[in-house]
Design a protein around this ligand. Structure first.
Ligand code: NAD
Ligand code: TDX
Length: 339
């Protein structure tokens, strides 16, 4: 099978390409990536001499380029490319509209011209809004959309476009809405790698607000196996929620776990200004994908976080440059937040 992966030089896309080749080595993967600040081509350096792999630098909003790629035998699109950082969406919402909404539309429209092309859209649990802290409630596939940041609004809009192309034009689509991923190759601007790399640099962990925010942590390789299950066995037109093997951990608890693994103390925590519109709690029910496709997450948070800390400790060359860029962004952001 010949597959187009968009955003394959980002965190989840690069993990997915490694995962897919390990399981389907005779498939061909074409990776279309604009190489924004979030990309790191080093994540896929090991594929340089793999004849089954092709990299194309380009923008998913470039319709002529997408048309050309799709006309060359692509049978399946797995769409990861996006602006993905909530803090950046507060800083520059229009960029999120362009890439996440217009970019997804461009891919859909081009796919429609190429007949029976299968389209899998990778989305987020953030489209469902926020849950209160004091309930066991979880997001299901039937939860109403209630996006609250420019990032989640742009992803929600892209989800609606994907479904509209299924209902109106019979494009064979599937969607997945997953929780917060963590693991190797994640940009050091995101919370877990930011904590680890700050501590390695002798700096403190910046905890937004009271730190009592809850995320549903999903090990990235478990996310990849869930996408594989949807591609191989998912029902066309359906959405699947994907979550991790976790209880409700607050950001503060996650920070303390990392402090303990890295032999640090709570004096290395620093409470900083909160994110505007900060969603309080996410929790995802993965009951449907378990029941229908026999998928479950495999790694506990305790195991996954130890593996992740070890990976960042062993791969400083991978993250160093991106760390400098990320902290320059945060310095600029902090100046606006403390006002
Ligand atoms: P990322 O920010 O690490 O990577 C995004 C990649 O997309 C980068 O390589 C970037 O260069 C590329 N890209 C951006 N704009 C592009 C454009 N216009 N054209 C082509 N390529 C472009 O993102 P990620 O964390 O790997 O997330 C991948 C997908 O998963 C996104 O759609 C995101 O919304 C979704 N998601 C992520 C998480 C998470 O925890 N990271 C959770 C739920 C859903
Ligand atoms: O320095 C920090 N301090 C802090 O307390 C950072 C960067 C974050 N946080 C908090 C904010 C969130 O409550 O940690 C939590 C996680 O933050 P992020 O890593 O920025 O992730 P989040 O905003 O939850 O979104 C992520 O998961 C859903 C991804 O970035 C999205 O792409 C995905 O859709």
């Amino acid at each position: 099978m010949k597959i187009l992966v968009t955003g394959g030089c980002g965190f989840i896309g690069s993990n997915f390409i490694h995962y897919w080749f390990s399981r389907h080595p005779s498939d061909i993967i074409v990776n279309l990536d604009k190489l924004t600040y979030a990309a790191n081509p080093e994540s896929l350096r090991d594929l340089d001499n793999n004849p089954q792999y092709q990299f194309i630098k380009g923008d998913i909003c470039d319709e002529a380029l997408v048309d050309k790629i799709l006309s060359d035998g692509i049978e399946l699109i797995i769409h990861f490319a996006a602006e993905s950082h909530v803090d950046r969406s507060i800083d520059d919402p229009l960029l999120f509209v362009k890439t996440n909404v217009l970019g997804t539309y461009t891919l859909l429209n081009s796919a429609k011209k190429h007949g029976d092309l299968r389209f899998h859209h990778v989305s987020t649990d953030e489209v469902f809004g926020a849950l209160p802290l004091d309930t066991d409630e979880k997001f299901t596939e039937d939860t109403h959309y209630d996006p609250r940041s420019p990032y989640s609004a742009s992803k929600a809009s892209s989800d609606h476009f994907v479904r509209s192309f299924f209902h109106t034009f019979n494009l064979p689509v599937t969607l997945s809405n997953c929780s917060n991923n963590y693991g190797a190759f994640q940009s050091p601007e995101k919370f877990i790698p930011r904590m680890i790399t700050n501590l390695m640099d002798g700096k403190k962990i910046p905890v937004y607000g009271d730190g009592l925010y809850v995320r549903d942590w999903l090990f990235v390789e478990d996310h990849c196996s869930a996408i594989e299950a949807i591609i191989l066995k998912g029902k066309i037109g359906d959405s699947y929620n994907i979550g991790g093997l976790v209880k409700d951990y607050s950001n503060l608890e996650v920070a303390k776990t990392i402090l303990s693994i890295m032999g640090k103390t709570e004096s290395d925590l620093e409470f900083v200004a909160d994110r505007p519109g900060h969603d309080r709690r996410y929790a995802v029910s993965w009951e449907k994908i378990h029941r229908e496709l026999n998928w479950s997450p495999s790694l506990s948070f305790e195991e996954g976080i130890k593996k992740t800390v070890a990976w960042y400790q062993e791969n400083e060359a991978w993250w160093r440059e991106a760390k400098t860029e990320a902290e320059a962004f945060y310095q600029r952001l902090n100046a606006t937040r403390s006002k």
